[in-house]
Design a binder for this molecule. Sequence first.
Ligand code: NOJ
Ligand code: CA
Length: 568
Amino acid sequence: MTEKKWWQRAVFYQIYPRSFADGNGDGIGDFTGMIEKVDYLHWLGVDAVWLSPHFPSPQVDWGYDVSDYYGVAPEYGTMEQFMQFMEELHRRDMRLVLDLVLNHTSDQHSWFLESRSSRDNPKRDWYIWKPPRNGGLPNDWFSTFGGPAWTFDPLTGEYYYHFFFAGQPDLNWKNPEVKQAMFDVVRYWLRLGVDGFRLDAVGTIFERENYPDHATGDTLDDLYRDARRAKTTKEQRLVNRRWLRMFRHQVDMPEVHDLMRELRCVVNEFPDKVLIGETEDLRFYGNGEDELHLNFNFPLMRTNRLTPHWVRKNQRERLSALPDGAWPCNTLNNHDAGRMKSQFGDGKHDDQIARVNLALLLTLKGTPFLYNGEEIGMVNHNGLKVEDFRDPLSLRAYQLEIELLGSPAHEAEVFASDYGRDKCRTPLHWSNSPNAGFCPAEVKPWLPVHPNYADGVNVEEQKKNPDSLLNYYHRLLQLRKELPALIEGEYQPLDESHPAVFSFLRYTAQQTCLIALNMKSHRARVNLPENIKNLRCVFSTHRSEDLPRGNNLTLQPFEVWIGVTDMA
Ligand code: NOJ
Ligand code: CA
């Protein structure tokens, strides 16, 4: 077996910088805060950090609208502090991966300011400009974030294209100068010592030649309304299909794979770096060695209950479709998707379910990504008020609920709080002090703190409690490091029709781990394969000693059981 790379062995931890730790007490997370928490991350047992954008930005889309790829947002700190953060991580043998937004810049980026300044500016063609068609929009495309994909600029009388917000104009990647400018950015950060990049929205980089109309007759508002009215999974699927048709000229163009291969070559100029695609599309693995190293298994998350059936099917489909040499990558939440404890809980056993789900994430084949705050069981903040909304998508949903669906304002507020992304971006809870110890009591944090910090959902109290979720994360992360089969091993599902227990092997020539996860709230028995002898329990959420077993194992509700056998 070939020696695994660091990014195949690592557990990643996503930091959302604005909400992670506020070091200077202004209610906004920053590098001073991050530097103070490096020891915490090391103690927790994660191996690498994915840092959501830290670059200067007007913060229309909270950093995903970059106005300078060479700097640090002043509210987050200075370049020196960035370097210190990276060095502190490296000193503890942890890695740092940055978030690279390739598809678009901010409309305040100097490239765009130049581009819009006149039709014959040398950077005009760095973005996508089109003249009006019949005095109106150049075509019928929408922005996925609402409204037309084109914004008129009176200065030069043309429209520019944006897949996301109007403050995020798309770069024209068909222009070789754009590519060179961005490759310079890539080399700059790699030279400084970062360990790789998470590539934002890679599927949106190119558009169909000649910009044809989607001509579906649908509008984005139609889709919003019909998605809200869809009652069954079938109806929801139909709306999704209409969405895909509407955007078919704006995403997943084949040229992107040539670009990814070129980018891989740039990254290969530096030893041992990683590229992670914000995409579930397996084509971004290329031939397994020539495009991106990791692409997220988002389909795993696309449910509100992780059941044995769901996970087995996901693994069967995903692992068999990977090209040779490609390595899987799993996650259960991030800054867009909502928090895992809220997403997969049943409202009654959420803490136990969160434990089963972490065990799942850390024992499946592939690189796991955690999202800051999940380790203490932070949940979505669904009680946000309209005046607290910071994500323009929350505000858009609020408006549409009222204007399109005629909902009363208070109902629209509740819905929009859950629809938008603010709910999973609230400040991390460090202690049971006012504002969860994120910022001083008298300061208003940039997003409200979830009140459950006072009910034990905070780092300080959980660290002291051996039975807390935080200590459970700590223990399981250590265990993963001690069991090579959990990192390197092949995957083999067991007892494949069991409705409650997801059991499987991870095995190498030297070690076999048997993982049994009871995903249900009743006791359940699972068969053990007869050919696996001398299995010893190395971890269980429910028992402290290894009880004698025959060829089956009885698991308590939501029990996580891990057994190991080592070859002599
Ligand atoms: C994906 C990012 O994760 C999301 O937060 C952002 O809004 C879009 N890409 C646009 O950059
Ligand atoms: Ca701050």
